[in-house]
Write a protein that binds this ligand. Structure first.
Ligand code: SF4
Ligand code: FES
Length: 329
């Protein structure tokens, strides 16, 4: 039986141990999960149990909020907004990694904070770019943001992508990136990481439901071009994308990154299984609905076989472990 490899995105960082350790619910440390022996799943260079004891058996200080000046606001089309803001240097450094996101405060009531993925964090100018799809009550408030306003940002958070281990470890290899809709934006840090690791990239963009590809400026830093393909039709992968996936695997691709809605990630994994390519690594967007981002509120939780509950704001794992064996009731 395969053992599921799970990780905690915050393990070993300045935010670990967190409130889950205080409650005996740590994702990694068996002793901070009610056991009396050490069964460390993922060594991150520090002992979480010892850190917890050294910290007086309380959680470390959580994420801070920052007031960041808005440098640029661009209304790309009806409900898509591009915002560039100036972040403190340390925050800009922390937001460079694939999967980084922040919460934007849109109201005095912090329950209304909106999680938004980072499209680019420029560590020389400290300018952070985000692309936002205006959809609900919380994001609608962002339409009022103007240049020189101050935005309140909470962060950094990092679990915006599942399968980060596969992305970070791929070197001198070949990867296929499939980005659809607003998924174009969070695919940029993944593309940057893969490109910096000297991988050859094939990039497919499905701009639907938008009129244009709004990440050209960012893409051209890392790749010479991309192909525009309709990836999904009536809830099914199109024949075009299926053929492209098969051709790219035959061409040596070993990792597929899917940046789009869950249905796209699920269908790609299902297709890989159907053609017996379970060995192809997959990474994808984490589309769980985040509220606290700290593993406490429960809004991001999903249930799996064996009555297991995963807090998707904290748990870092292979996308197959997220989409297979999930219970929807
Ligand atoms: S859940 Fe994660 S961040 Fe919290 S104590 Fe455990 S390893 Fe550290
Ligand atoms: S977002 Fe609150 S527990 Fe995950």
């Amino acid at each position: 039986m395969d053992r599921e490899l799970i990780d905690c995105i915050d393990a070993g960082t300045e935010y670990c141990p967190c409130h889950l350790a205080e409650a005996g619910e740590c994702i990694l440390c068996s002793q901070l999960h009610g056991k009396c022996f050490c069964d460390c799943l993922n060594w991150k260079g520090v002992c979480i149990y010892q850190e917890f004891n050294n910290n007086g058996k309380v959680a470390k200080k959580g994420r801070e909020t920052f007031r960041c000046k808005v440098k640029e606001v661009e209304h790309l089309e009806g409900d898509v907004l591009l915002i560039r803001f100036i972040a403190p240097h340390k925050l800009a450094l922390d937001l460079v990694h694939p999967g980084s996101y922040v919460f934007i405060r849109t109201d005095e009531n912090f329950y209304f904070d909106v999680p938004i993925s980072i499209m680019e964090s420029d560590i020389e100018s400290d300018i952070v770019s985000i692309m936002i799809e205006i959809r609900g009550i919380k994001t609608k408030k962002l339409l009022d943001i103007k240049v020189d306003d101050e935005m309140v940002i909470r962060g950094p958070y990092w679990n915006g992508v599942f399968g980060l281990k596969s992305v970070n470890e791929l070197k001198d290899n070949k990867a296929l990136i499939i980005a659809r809709g607003i998924g174009m934006a969070p695919s940029i840090p993944v593309i940057r990481k893969l490109s910096n690791n000297k991988n050859t990239l094939k990039i497919v963009i499905d701009k639907s439901p938008y009129k244009d590809v709004y990440v050209n400026e960012y893409l051209k830093q890392y790749t010479e071009g991309y192909e525009e393909i309709n990836t999904i039709d009536k809830g099914k992968l199109t024949d075009e994308i299926k053929k492209l996936i098969e051709d790219e695997i035959a061409n040596g691709v070993t990792l597929i990154h899917v940046a789009g809605a869950d249905i796209l990630s699920f269908k790609v994994i299902e297709f890989l299984n159907s053609i017996n390519k379970r060995d192809i690594k997959v990474s994808c967007c984490n589309n769980a609905k985040m509220c606290c981002g700290e593993g406490v509120c429960g809004s991001c939780t999903a249930r799996f076989q064996g009555h297991r509950v995963k807090r998707l704001c904290k748990v870092q794992t292979d996308p197959r472990n997220i989409f297979e064996g999930r219970r929807f009731i």
